[in-house]
Write a protein that binds this ligand. Structure first.
Ligand code: CTP
Length: 392
């Protein structure tokens, strides 16, 4: 994607270097436009080095190529984001003022636009700034609201630049066509925890990455996503409804209660098949050898499959270490799924704790073997199965 990053004069400008670096590494072309004031906080050289593109500052710079530079950047942009955006530039943008390279290009762009305000709390809360922000929203500009915290001026309050993670998510959400708007999607992710006593528990190696990436992909395509999550080390997926659970029983209760509200259900969680028959109230002290009595948990996917709502799409995962396709096909039929996403835990680049996966998509009609790809891209592939997934 072609991303234009505008930078205005504010101390948070140094954080924009991280954003630009991340986006570049994620494969995007970045054109940076800085206001004169921004160059006092951070050097254009930083961004030129990070992007391999020349940074634009002055509209009348005679060293640019012959085409009208601000118009050419505006034309090719898929998204235009101003990070950080000062009160001054918000005011200009809200009123169509175009007196430098940044504001001129912003006005000339037809792509989705995002503004990330960062400033002193009083400046932000001033009615003039608030009215200007409202005006920007009316003009279709997305605002990534600032966070609260300790500001550079020493004050504590609103006006701290939103996290780079959040800004990145907003950029990605802007890019995709909203092919799944109106669809309600439930994704389960992560590992369950079955407690033995107040100290110990049984769990598995699931990192939650596949489920979280799937939730992100569906959210980016406009679906309303509920993420029922067991244990992971991941940050909550931005702009999804999160239901945090611990045990297989908790996950069962949470999902079976709400399952009929959803058009699409994707079970990417690693649910324990067995739990401890009776959790010890107190710490089990060591003595001789002991054995634990384990009892079966409910197969949540199978339960959903038994009473599947008409037109509901049900997708399960199969994590296997042998006989992948046979086992996965059996799960498809036994659990009454529309699709099973099968992956072999023993393949390099697949399975737990990595950002890629190698999967086969199994339906009643066919088996489609996909190349190794990011878990996020597999999320989009799953969305395609649900009539979504078309990139702009
Ligand atoms: N699953 C579930 N409830 C369980 C166990 C699994 O809903 N108690 C779901 C998983 O979320 C996944 C699918 O069933 O979508 C397959 O899980 P997997 O662990 O691969 O297989 P199992 O069905 O548990 O069978 P086995 O362990 O014998 O391979």
């Amino acid at each position: 994607m072609n991303i234009v990053v505008g930078i205005t004069g504010g101390i948070a400008a140094f954080k924009t270097a991280q954003l630009v670096s991340d986006l570049k590494k994620e494969g995007h072309n970045i054109d940076v436009i800085m206001s004169e004031n921004a160059t006092k906080f951070i050097s254009p050289l930083t961004f030129e080095t990070l992007t391999n593109n020349r940074v634009s500052i002055d509209t009348f710079d005679r060293n640019f190529s012959y085409d009208v530079h601000h118009i050419s950047i505006a034309k090719k942009a898929d998204v235009f984001v101003i990070v950080p955006c000062s009160a001054n530039v918000i005011a200009k943008v809200a009123h169509g003022l175009a007196d430098d390279m940044l504001t001129t290009t912003f006005l000339a762009s037809n792509c989705p636009k995002i503004i990330c305000p960062a400033m002193n709390t009083n400046m932000l809360n001033n009615k003039i700034t608030q009215d200007n922000i409202k005006k920007c929203i009316e003009y279709g500009i997305k605002i990534v609201e600032s966070d609260s915290g300790i500001l550079a001026c020493g004050d504590i309050g609103d006006g701290k630049l939103a996290s780079i993670e959040k800004i990145k998510e907003e950029i990605y959400m802007t890019f995709y066509k909203k092919t799944l708007t109106g669809k309600k999607v439930l994704v389960s992710a992560g590992a369950t925890i079955e407690e033995i006593d107040p100290i110990r528990y049984i769990t598995n190696h699931s990192s939650g990455k596949m489920g979280y990436a799937t939730a992100k992909a569906f959210r980016n395509l406009g679906a309303e996503v509920t993420l029922v999550t067991g244990k992971t080390n991941l940050n909550p997926v931005y702009k999804t409804n999160i239901i945090q659970v611990t045990s297989a029983k908790d996950m069962e209760n949470a999902i079976l209660q709400i399952k009929d509200d959803f058009d699409i259900i994707i079970m990417a969680s690693a649910v324990a098949d067995y739990t401890v028959k009776e959790k010890a109230k107190n710490k089990i002290k060591k003595s001789g050898d002991i054995s634990l009595e384990l009892v079966r948990t409910t197969d949540i996917l199978k339960e959903i499959g038994k009473n599947k709502k008409e037109n509901q799409i049900l997708i399960g995962f199969a994590m296997e270490s042998e006989n992948l396709l046979e086992n996965a096909k059996e799960k498809l039929i036994n659990k009454n799924c529309d699709y099973i996403i099968a992956n072999n835990v023993n393949q390099v680049g697949a399975g737990f704790n990595v950002d890629t996966n190698i999967v086969s998509i199994i339906s009643r009609e066919k088996v489609e073997q996909l190349e190794i790809m990011s878990k996020l891209d597999i999320g989009y592939k799953i969305a395609e199965l649900c009539n979504g997934g078309v990139k702009q």
